[in-house]
Every structure is written in C-alpha cells, then in structure tokens.
Design a protein around this ligand. Structure first.
Ligand code: SF4
Length: 223
C-alpha cells in the first residue's frame, strides 16, 4: 500500500493524460463546459492537463490537488501504472516515485484495495470504453484500407491530426451538435455513453456501412 502525505512534489513535471470522460468530470468540477475547459486547461490537442511555467499541474494548490474528487485516473493510480491488453487481465506495475516524495510504502493491503481506496474503477471503465472505441475505429479503418486506399488516406488524415482530435474529445460540443437528445446528461457516465454512441454512429458505423462513400469530418463544433 502507498500512503500519500501531500508533499505535493509528485504533481509537477508530469504529463497527465486525460480522456473525454475525465475532461467532462474536471470541467464540471471547475464550472466550465468541456469546450471552455479544453481551451484553457489542456495541451496537446486536449489530451493532457496544462502545466504552469514551473511545470506544476494547473490544478495544484498549496493545500494539494484542487480537483481531488474528480482527479484523472493516472493521479488515482500513482505510483502504480496500468497495462491493458485486450483479452488479458489488467497488469499493474510500480512507477518510479519522486526521489524526495514523502509518500510511504507498506506491506499492507492489495492492489485491489488500493484501487478501491482511490475510486479508480469508474475511471478504468471509462478508459476501457474509449480504448474499445478506438479499436473499433481502427478496425473500420483497416476495412476501408483494404477496399479503398484513397478513402483510407482521407479518413487517416481526419483522425490523426492532433488539432482534429479536440472536437472528438469535447463531449459538450459533440452532444450539442448531433446526438438528438435535447436534455442535458444527468451524469458523467450518461454523457460518456451518449458521446461514444455518437462517435460510433458518425464514424465506425458509417465507415463500415458506406464502403463506396466518402468519410467526412464529424459534425461537431470546434472549441
Ligand atoms: S490533477 Fe490533481 S493529483 Fe493530478 S497532477 Fe494535477 S494536482 Fe496532482
């Protein structure tokens, strides 16, 4: 078991990656739409939390994490790392901790109890759902590559350019522009489900169903 003593040293010089579910939770935590949040608190096309000039996380305060209840999965797992291989059990390994960290290791507890204490499961499930979506998108791309190289290249361009990823990460913009539901999602889990279904309809199903058609940019707003 690892016990954090809030020395705050571990929240600097780190690349904190986020998926759309995590962006949604963090955005609501700080009272923003995901569009506003992505524009102001992320880098790398919306896939990482921003850092300040001193390399500290944008949410680090003198008292600790300013978004603790909605912190991303990597912060919950630390100092563990998680390796996911489709069809195999998840594997966890120890990451290197900050050399001056006040965190304390002990022999008590299990990985399972540590994950439960950190509230990691909903975040792992969200990461798995988006990972599975990416795999389905990859399959759709492969199918397209085998039937039409020109359309495959066009689709690859849409999907691989970092600036184009931000709308895909932006749940609020995506849902506003096209999932047909008029009500606001009642929870982050519902928002994620609607977002995944939307991307599935707009990309995976379309790519596999219209082999002779062109793959267009998804109808989502840019932040
Ligand atoms: S989100 Fe919170 S726990 Fe994670 S790096 Fe930033 S300040 Fe630290």
């Amino acid at each position: 078991m690892y016990t954090c003593h809030r020395c705050l040293r571990c929240c600097s010089h780190k690349r904190i990656r986020v998926n759309p579910y995590e962006v949604y939770r963090l955005a609501r935590r700080v009272g923003m739409s995901t569009t506003e949040f992505l524009a102001t608190n992320t880098i790398c096309g919306g896939t990482e939390l921003a850092r300040r000039e001193d390399e500290s996380c944008v949410f680090l305060t003198k008292e600790g994490c300013g978004v603790h209840a909605d912190r991303p999965l990597v912060c919950r797992l630390y100092p563990l790392g998680r390796r996911v291989t489709p069809g195999e059990p998840d594997r966890y390994h120890m990451s290197e901790t900050h050399p001056e960290s006040d965190g304390v290791f002990s022999d008590s507890g299990t990985v399972e109890s540590f994950l439960a204490s950190q509230g990691a499961r909903p975040f792992e499930e969200a990461a798995d759902r988006y990972f599975a979506l990416l795999l389905r998108m990859g399959d759709a791309m492969s199918e397209r590559a085998s039937t039409d190289q020109e359309e495959y290249d066009a689709a690859a361009e849409v999907l691989s350019a970092p600036p184009d990823w931000q709308p895909w990460l932006d749940i609020d913009a995506a849902l506003q522009s096209g999932d047909g539901e008029s009500s606001a999602p009642a929870s982050a889990e519902i928002a994620m489900t609607r977002h995944i279904e939307l991307l599935e309809r707009k990309f995976v199903s379309k790519a596999t169903a219209t082999k002779s058609g062109s793959l267009s940019q998804p109808e989502v707003q840019s932040p």
